[in-house]
Each structure stands twice: as C-alpha cells, then as structure tokens.
Design a protein around this ligand. Structure first.
Ligand code: PEP
Ligand code: MG
Length: 568
C-alpha cells in the first residue's frame, strides 16, 4: 500500500494510465537507409495528423470553436511543405536519422519565429514546439497520451498535473488522479475537487510503482492506494465506493435548506470555480454564490491573451447563472505555479514570491484594464464583486482602485452601462495585509482570506513541496491568530469577511471559523453540502468558545486533536 495526501474525496477503482511529460532524448545515429528514415518520418507525420484531427473534432464538440482552433493551427504546421522538405533534404544530404534531422529543422524554425518582433509569428513558434513534440514521440515510437481524447475510463497517474492538463482532459473518462508531487492546496488538487473526482497527491514516486494497465484502487479521503489488489480488497473498495455514493445522495436532502447554526447564526456558503463549466457543480451542490472565480483559467490553454469580449462572455455567463446570488470574480492571479507560455515569464528563483498576480497587473496595465472593462461590462448581468489578489500594501490597493476608477470613467464616456454598486474587495493572503487589515478595511467593501497562500507565507512552507508538507498545517496557531485578527478588523470597519482558501471547507476548521464570526465560506462545490450539514448541527455560542480556546493553544497538533474531540 502507498500513502499520500488526500486531495479530493471519494473512492476510485480502475485501470491506470501513466501520464508523463517525458524529456525526449534526440541523438544522432547511424542510419541503414535514407528511404527507411523518410518512411519513419512520413509515418510519424501521418499518425500525428490523424490524432490531431480526432482531438480537434472532440474539442470542437466539447470545448467550443476557440479551443479547437489551437489544434487546427497544429495541423497546419504538419502540412507545411517547407518543414517537410527541409527535413527530408537534411536526411538525404547529411545522412541523418529522421528524429535528429527533424529536430534540427524545428530548432531553426523556432529560432527564426521567436526572433521576429511580431506576436503572430511568436505564437507560431509555440505551435511548432508543441506539434514537433508529438511528431518526435511518434518517430521514436513513444506513446502520446492525449488527455482530451481519452477513450476508456482510467485513473490518471502523473508526476504532477498542470491546470491546463486538467482543463483539457475528458472528464467523463477520468475516475481519479494520483500524483507524485503536490499538497492539498496545489492547483492539481484544487482542480480535482472542482471536477469532483477522487484524488491523492504527494505520493512521491507512484509513477514508478505503477505500470500502464495495472488495476488500481484508492481512497481519496485517507490517501491510501493499492496496486493490483486481491479480489477481497477490490470488493472492500467497491463497497466503500457504494457507501460513499449513498452518502452523497443523502446530502442532497440539504439542497434548498439554509446555512444556519442550530442557534440561528446564518452564514453564506459559496463555491470556488475556475471556468463557466463549473456552474453545473455549483448548481448540483446548491452554492449560495461564488466566493472565488479564479479567472486565470480563461488565460490558459490558449496561445494569446483573451480579448475583452471573450472575457466578458465568460463573466456574464457566470453572473447570469448565479443571479441574484453574488459572484466574487478575482482579477488575474498568474505566476507562482500558474504560467502563461505566451507571456514569456523570466525564470525566477522563488516564483511564489515573485512577479505574479496584482504585481503583474499593475505593471502591465493594458492586461489589467482589459479585464476590468470586461468585468464592469458584465456587471449589469448579476451581482458582481471584484477582488484583487496578492495585495501586500495600501499603495497597491489604492493603485488598483485608481485603475478601476479610470475604467469606469472610460465606460461613462463611451455610454456603456454598468452596475455602479459593484463591491470591491481584496484577498488577505499575505501576512502583511492581515497585520494591517485595520487600515486596509477602510478602503474596501470586503475581505476574503486566502489561506492557501496565507499559510505558506506565514509559516514559510511552500504549498507545493511534499517534503515539508507535514509543516503545512491548517491548525497553525500563528495562522489562526491572523485569521481572527482579519475578521475582527473587518468587522470593526463594518465590512463582511469571507474565506476562499481550502481551509474554509475543512470539517475540523469550520467550527473555529464560525466561532470567529466569519461571514462567508467559499470552497470547492463538493464540500458545500457537508459544510451545511455540519453548521446546522453546531451552536454559534459553543463555536465562539471553541474559537476562543484554540487561539490560546500553542501547538498545531494539539489544536487538531482538540478539534477531533469536539467533533466526536
Ligand atoms: C489562496 O491563496 O488561498 C487562494 C484562494 O488563492 P489560490 O489558491 O488561487 O492561490
Ligand atoms: Mg492565493
């Protein structure tokens, strides 16, 4: 048995599919005949084209025209006579093996396109890189796993999954994920919860322990994985899965009920989403709003920035679907573990402490303004709340607000309608912001505490690093104190305070947050009904006492133990 960090609840049983972005080794080799190399090359092109054609058709059906266009661009590269002829003449004139000749030509092409001072040409370089990887794999006879085109149900086993992997995969066919790296708040874990598929992360070397086609069973709640288990174990997991599915059905009885404590303290239970596709999850789990719309996914899986109109459509879709419930839309939070290939970030020593989120938006104001315009235009279709991420100082907040005011004046001048009462808030995810939340509260309509980052910055524990994952704790007294301070400071200024970090949906933390007076809890939609069930069983007065007790305790471990006892 292998054990990792539980990332998304549920039980999975099924066939393993190993998914690795493997580095290809392209070597110069002796060849038998030029004809043989030409054939290897032609065959690889043919298979790649056939695959891309299928992926394109699937993307068109399931993801829309825009995403399908990416694959159309890839197909065009494969038909480029320049690329094909240059490779073949290199094979012939220099007696080269197909992969080495092709790689040489590709590098030349990429070099030329990247050097051009033209966005369109730079994008072509990205397409060529992407497609050439597929062709090279086929020349070398390596299998290319296409997550968008999965044909049968599988459990995906990967070193890590990027947000773009999870966004393009065929969700119907994925029974669960297992990854080598990552923690509970890494984005692969968050995506697994939003897809409502069971997942375990931080299994260290599971990709080495499992082979394609092995039968795997795992429990997303306990973090336990078994490979090729005996019949008895399989049956045990099948019955656990049946119980889990039944429990999920029972929770559905809470749909339409209020999120209110047994003694009358009402809170808002909202959902975290990444794309308009997640609306279904919000509806199925009866979310009372959206507490965090991570807009960066609109910017991913594409080869250029989304236009104002494209963004407007996504925001409008969510606002309309949730209306009259509120939707907190967070402005672009890129950087850290989320990159945009077309923005060409420089490599940084500490990306989580680097050029990301509001820092990038205030530096590249055109990107920021486009997003704010799209947001304000969409505001008349529902109840929008705008939120700035990664605020670390009053200066940043004031500057961001000034840009927003500029956008409003422009829209006024253009006679474009928008909601004049849009609330503006910030994430409290940097300790400096929590510490000075008394001052920041005077300038915003709400706070939303981003504990995923607040924990990593407060305790200096990288949220992605499984080696030190035992140090990353929801129960750290330093973090709990900062949360209390933020809630108290917000309330003193009369603003509401929410939380959109993963802690907000944790069973052992919810009583503490309720007792501290948190107004809004935003979580993966899958956690909403269990949270409602718990809150309805708690008394606010008792929760206040619990919150008071934990902030006087010194050890995370003791707080966690105390909370387990409270809930028993
Ligand atoms: C957070 O940091 O708690 C948060 C919600 O933002 P993200 O996980 O996207 O960094
Ligand atoms: Mg964050």
């Amino acid at each position: 048995m292998y054990t990792g960090t539980s990332a998304s609840p549920g039980i999975a049983l099924g066939k393993a599919l190993i998914y690795e972005h493997e580095e290809l080794v392209i070597e110069k080799k002796e060849i038998n005949s030029i004809e043989e190399e030409n054939n290897r090359f032609d065959k690889a092109l043919e298979i790649s084209k056939k695959e891309l054609q299928e992926v394109k058709e699937k993307a068109l059906k399931e993801l829309g025209e825009e995403k399908a266009q990416i694959f159309e661009a890839h197909l065009m590269v494969l038909d480029d006579p320049e690329l094909i002829n240059s490779t073949k003449s290199k094979i012939k004139s220099e007696n080269l093996n197909a992969e080495f000749a092709f790689k040489g030509v590709i590098n030349q092409f990429i070099g030329i396109f990247e050097a051009m001072d033209n966005e369109y040409m730079k994008e072509r370089a990205a397409d060529i890189k992407d497609v050439s990887g597929r062709v090279l794999r086929h020349i070398l006879g390596k299998t290319v796993v296409d997550l968008a085109g999965l044909e049968e149900e599988v459990i995906i086993i990967a070193p890590d999954l990027t947000p773009s992997d999870t966004a393009t995969m065929n969700k119907e066919k994925v029974l669960g994920f297992l990854t080598d790296i990552g923690g509970r708040t890494s984005h692969s874990a968050i995506m697994a919860r939003s897809l409502e598929v069971p997942a375990i992360v931080g299994l260290k070397d599971i990709t080495k322990k499992v082979e394609n086609g092995d039968f795997v069973v795992f429990n997303g709640d306990t973090g336990e994985v078994m490979v090729n288990p005996d019949t008895e174990t399989k049956e045990k997991y099948q019955s656990l899965k049946d119980n889990y599915d039944n429990m999920k059905k029972d929770l559905k009885e809470l749909i339409g009920k209020e999120s209110i404590s047994a003694d009358g303290r009402k809170v808002e239970l909202a959902g975290n989403i990444g794309t308009p596709n997640d609306i279904e999850g919000l509806e199925n789990n009866d979310a009372e709003g959206v507490g965090l719309y991570r807009t960066e996914f609109i910017y991913m899986n594409r080869d250029k920035l989304p236009t104002e109109d494209e963004q407007f459509e996504s925001y409008k879709e969510v606002l309309e679907a949730m209306n009259p419930n509120p939707v907190v839309i967070r402005t672009l939070d890129i950087g850290g573990d989320k990159n945009l290939p077309y923005l060409e970030f420089e490599k940084e020593m500490n990306p989580f402490l680097g050029y990301r989120a509001i820092r990038l938006c205030l530096d590249k104001k055109d990107i920021f303004i486009t997003q704010l315009r799209a947001l304000m235009r969409a505001s008349k279709y529902g109840k929008l709340r705008i939120m700035f991420p990664m605020i670390s100082s009053l200066e940043e907040l004031l500057e961001a607000k000034e840009v927003l005011e500029g956008v409003k004046s422009d829209l006024d001048a253009e006679n474009i309608e928008y909601d004049k009462d849009v609330e503006v808030g910030i994430m409290i995810e940097i300790p400096a912001a929590a510490i000075m939340s008394d001052i920041l509260a005077k300038h915003v309509d709400f706070f939303s505490i981003g504990t995923n980052d607040l924990i990593q910055y407060t305790t200096a524990v990288d949220r992605m690093n499984e080696k030190i994952h035992h140090l990353y704790s929801f129960f750290h007294p330093g973090v709990l104190r900062l949360i209390k301070m933020t809630i108290d400071n917000g309330h003193k200024e009369g603003i509401w305070v929410g939380m959109c970090g993963e802690m907000a949906g944790d069973r052992k933390i919810i009583p503490i947050l309720l007792g501290m007076g948190l107004d809004e809890f935003s979580m993966s939609p899958i956690s909403i009904l269990p949270a409602r069930k718990l809150i309805r069983s708690l008394k606010y007065e008792e929760a206040k006492r619990i919150a008071h007790t934990v902030v006087t305790m010194g050890k995370s471990e003791d707080i966690e133990k105390y909370m387990s006892e409270v809930l028993d």
